[in-house]
Design a binder for this molecule. Structure first.
Ligand code: AGP
Length: 609
């Protein structure tokens, strides 16, 4: 995904746009650029690479104009060079456009525009749209009319902000599939941006455009329009967190801060939701939802959220006795799944904007299913489009690697499981036991994080290993997948997560003295089996790092290192066993000099399919 921002107010736009880009940089950091009005021209500056490079290029020498737009890019069409950086300009350089999304009709429209004399300076899909606006402007006087006419001619997703010398002092924004919101500052300043991170420094009151909406920002204030271009009023909401929540809180990296925040984020996930006496979960977003007709659940998600989904699937089947499948959203959508009205499709997403997950949910709805979301970002597309759901309340997660959102997702799934199970077969004592266990997690994860110094020492020892293997069974298998994903994405070390027992069917061939094998081995119903798998690794000379919850267990004598975390119910243990693996990935990455918060090639949320 990319980040867009626009500013119109009384202050110089460039510093505000650059500050906003820094806040949005986690959305993409391949290139950055901005455009502001400068008398009778648009002053544009763009650079490949991070926002810091753009700031250096601009220095203090930028016009003190009070209106402009800016962009930070995660490349989809064309490499991350200066030519492909946004803003994209019309031939006469009098229209500038920033865009988050994909113009799917671009390949078809490029030659048609070339035939009409348009010359392309970039390889991006976005440039098609700026030329279409240029073309439409020949027939109308207002920028919003030209933008609307151009958008009517394209297919794809967009969150855009546009400025033009032909209708100066105005920003036109529009969204379809990619988020756009407006912030109204105390002095009447207007900020338009892809997410609240770019706005909260000015105001916590935001207006979220709905799909198909557009907005005009000018000296008269702001006006919003729906798909049919009727004037509509969209209400302002208050963002629940402030600018401090998107700082590093004194740490070197967001990832580390967010790992350490887990006791607090889990408290927020459970606050007001657990009723111990009744042994139930009270979920505001599900209060009036009748789940009696649910005969089957399909969980769909990507990456870390899918790993949480695998844990949730197991929990729901075990405790609520409903069949559940957890599927990659990108696969689910294209395989003609058997779905009926008794199937509840549950999308899990931190950002609420992941294109594959959103598309899978839309497909499920098209086929008549009810759709539900477990989402962190309030007001995001998945939150808005699902029939009901559960928010994580984890606060903003800025580090590209998901950490606190994973544990909050597991907890949200546990709450949902409790909610479902108590309506079905779960007894009051069982309900109370689960409530107490969930309520105890914030304190236990705090204890689990106390292994930080030990994990840092392990990271020092293994930082140069070329490969890692992560093994787990049952509830711990998804944790093995998650541990491996964390390590690869932030440290660039190849790592594989595997069901411990499956190792002997292939990956065991990889094991030698060079191979660190991280085994999730808490005491749970498959503990004895996991011990056997550890023996298999040891017999081949592998170096075993075990995550355990019982130092007196036999495992301690059989491994090179044991990391001890506290104990809870097996279904909730992933929250505790994942924490040291997050720390391991973090410390290894720092020691290898990697860009922990913004790993190469990645973006916080992937809004393309
Ligand atoms: C994991 O660390 C990554 N950030 C990635 O796998 C992520 O979980 C995935 O892209 C899904 O994102 P979402 O939760 O915002 O939908």
């Amino acid at each position: 995904m990319c980040g867009i921002i626009g500013y119109l107010g009384e202050r110089p736009a460039a510093p505000i746009l650059l500050e906003g880009l820094r806040r949005l940089e986690y959305r993409g950091y391949d290139s950055a650029g901005l455009a502001v009005f400068a008398g009778d021209r648009l002053r544009v500056e763009k650079r490949a690479g991070k926002v810091a490079g753009l700031e250096d290029a601009i220095g203090n020498g930028f016009p003190s104009s009070n209106c402009g737009i800016a962009h930070t890019r995660w490349a989809t069409h064309g490499p991350p060079n200066r030519a492909n950086a946004h803003p994209h300009l019309s031939a006469a350089k009098d229209i500038a456009l920033v865009h988050n999304g994909i113009i799917e009709s671009a390949a078809r429209q490029r030659p048609l525009l070339r035939d009409r004399g348009f010359h392309f300076r970039s390889e991006t899909d976005t440039e098609v749209l700026v030329h279409l606006i240029d073309l439409a402007f020949r027939e109308c006087a207002l920028l919003e009319d030209a933008v609307a006419a151009a958008l009517a001619r394209i297919e794809g997703s967009y969150g855009i902000a546009v400025v033009s010398l032909r209708d100066p002092g105005k920003i036109v924004a529009a969204r379809k599939g990619s988020p756009v919101l407006l912030g109204l500052g105390a002095t009447g300043d207007l900020v338009v941006a892809s997410d609240p991170a770019a706005v909260v420094a000015h105001t916590q009151r935001v207006l979220r455009l709905r799909d198909g909406d557009s907005a005009v920002l000018d000296s008269g204030g702001h006006r919003t329009f729906d798909l049919a271009r009727r004037s509509v009023r969209r209400g302002f909401q208050t963002v629940a967190w402030d600018v401090d929540a998107i700082g590093k809180g004194g740490h070197d990296h967001f990832m580390y801060k967010e790992i350490l925040e887990q006791p607090a984020s889990l408290r927020d996930a459970t606050r007001g939701r657990l009723l111990e006496e009744e042994g139930i979960a009270r979920l505001g977003g599900m209060a009036d939802v009748d789940l009696k007709g649910v005969r089957r659940i399909v969980i769909t998600a990507c990456g870390t959220s899918w790993h949480a989904g695998l844990i949730g699937a197991r929990m729901i089947e075990e405790m609520a006795r409903i069949p559940v499948a957890a599927e990659y959203a990108s696969e689910f959508r294209y395989r003609n799944p058997v779905l009926d009205r008794g199937t509840l499709v549950l999308g899990i997403s931190q950002s609420g904007e992941t294109a594959d997950t959103l598309a899978a949910l839309r497909e499920a709805r098209r086929r008549g299913c009810r759709i539900m979301g477990i989402v962190n970002v309030v007001g995001s597309s998945i939150a808005a489009e699902t029939d009901f759901g559960v928010y994580l309340h984890a606060g903003p997660e800025i580090g590209v690697a998901s950490t606190k959102s994973f544990s909050s997702q597991v907890v949200a799934l546990a709450l949902f499981t409790l909610h479902l199970a108590r309506q079905r077969n779960m007894s009051l004592p069982e309900g109370r036991t689960l409530v107490r266990a969930i309520a105890g997690l914030p304190a236990l994860v705090e204890e689990a994080l106390a292994v930080d110094a030990q994990v840092r020492a392990l990271a020092e020892r293994y930082r140069n290993a070329p490969n890692f293997l992560y093994l787990g069974r049952g509830y711990q298998f998804p944790v093995a997948l998650e541990g491996a994903l964390k390590l690869k994405e932030v440290s660039y070390i190849h790592a594989e997560g595997y069901p411990a027992a499956e190792m002997k069917h292939g990956p065991i061939a990889l094991i030698d003295e060079e191979m660190p094998v991280v085994v999730l081995a808490p005491r749970d119903p498959v503990y004895e089996k996991t011990l056997s798998n550890i023996e298999e690794v040891r017999a081949r000379g592998g170096r075993v790092i075990a995550v355990v919850n019982d130092r007196s267990s036999a495992v301690i004598d059989r491994v090179d290192d044991a990391i001890e975390v506290p104990s809870t119910l097996p279904a909730l243990m992933p929250v505790l066993t994942a924490a040291p693996l997050q720390l391991l990935a973090y410390h290894v990455a720092v020691m290898r000099g990697c860009d922990v918060d913004q790993p190469r090639n990645l973006a916080k949320s992937v809004t393309v399919e």
